[in-house]
Design a protein around this ligand. Structure first.
Ligand SMILES: NC(=O)c1ccc[n+]([C@@H]2O[C@H](COP(=O)([O-])OP(=O)(O)OC[C@H]3O[C@@H](n4cnc5c(N)ncnc54)[C@H](OP(=O)(O)O)[C@@H]3O)[C@@H](O)[C@H]2O)c1
Length: 267
């Protein structure tokens, strides 16, 4: 199926590495001009160059800290300029995976919870608010929010779950507000996803638990229906579909891209 993404323009937040980079690669490979944003200018420039060379599409890095409204508004203006005045697709993805407020209740610090909400819930809201006028003027757009399956389970990971659950509601709010303008908004929940950080992270966790990396990864994979760990690229396929004209029938929805993690059935 041709996703009809060729010629579209896309802004991917947190596009310098991980899932955001995989999404930027997939959209550029499908013919989109892409802007990626993150805080670290050097990493961003390296990724932008790598993806431009690899895909032959313009991929531009623009630095921004999404916890700042001012920064988001400047970044979106610069992104629109780089993309020829149109922003067809926004992929809200930038955040610290797993969140920073974890562990027993007594040790939860207000500032950690607020920082997680400020980056992920408020950061996504700031970007959607700044991009919406472009999409409304165009009469077409797609916003894909990247949440996380911690929205549906508790794993001692307080603010990751709270912020991802909050995004479910925000996604429907945005879908209803922007739907009349031809803008569809959806949410993708990755489960544990293999990115370039997984190697060192799994090695460290395996060392702490006194097990081999193979045993650890087998256990993670074993919690999925497919018995394998999903790769960032495979999450990007799902995001690319929802970002495409072909996803016209889907809005305000939540889709897990985890290979079937957990036992719960959603209907
Ligand atoms: N990986 C997983 O297993 C997994 C599972 C479920 C959900 N998720 C979700 O998927 C998304 C991406 O995760 P990932 O694993 O790809 O993360 P990652 O590899 O750590 O990448 C995060 C990206 O976001 C950027 N970023 C973080 N805070 C930012 C801020 N305040 N302003 C601007 N950019 C910021 C980072 O760049 P800078 O640091 O340079 O700013 C980087 O580009 C997150 O929303 C995460 O919660 C991931």
């Amino acid at each position: 199926m041709d996703l009809e993404l060729a010629g579209k323009t896309a802004l991917v937040t947190g596009g310098s590495r991980g899932i955001g980079k995989a999404v930027a690669r997939e959209l550029a490979s499908s013919g989109c001009a892409v802007v990626i944003c993150a805080r670290n200018a050097e990493a961003l420039a390296l990724t932008a160059r790598e993806l431009s060379e690899e895909t032959g599409q313009p991929v531009t890095g623009i630095t921004a800290d999404l916890t700042s409204t001012e920064d988001v508004e400047r970044m979106v203006k610069e992104a629109a300029r780089a993309l020829g005045g149109r922003i067809d697709i926004l992929v809200n993805n930038a955040a610290a995976p797993g969140g920073i407020a974890r562990g027993p209740l007594a040790g939860i610090r207000d500032e950690d919870v607020l920082a997680d909400l400020n980056t992920k819930v408020m950061g996504y809201l700031r970007c959607a608010r700044a991009v919406a006028p472009y999409m409304q003027r165009q009469g077409w757009g797609r916003i894909v929010n990247v949440g996380g399956l911690s929205a549906r389970r508790s794993a001692g990971n307080l603010s990751a779950g709270v912020r991802n659950a909050g995004l479910v509601n925000m996604t429907k709010y945005l879908a209803d507000e922007l739907g009349p303008y031809g803008v569809n908004v959806n949410l993708v929940h990755p489960g544990t996803t293999r990115t370039e950080r997984s190697g060192p992270m799994h090695a460290e966790q395996a060392r702490k638990e006194g097990v081999s990396v193979e045993a650890l990864e087998k256990r993670i994979a074993g919690a999925n229906s497919t018995k394998r760990i999903v790769d960032a690229r495979e999450v990007a396929y799902v995001v690319a579909f929802l970002a495409s004209p072909r996803a016209i029938a889907v809005s305000g929805e939540v889709l897990a891209a985890s290979g079937g993690a957990g036992q719960a059935v959603f209907h």
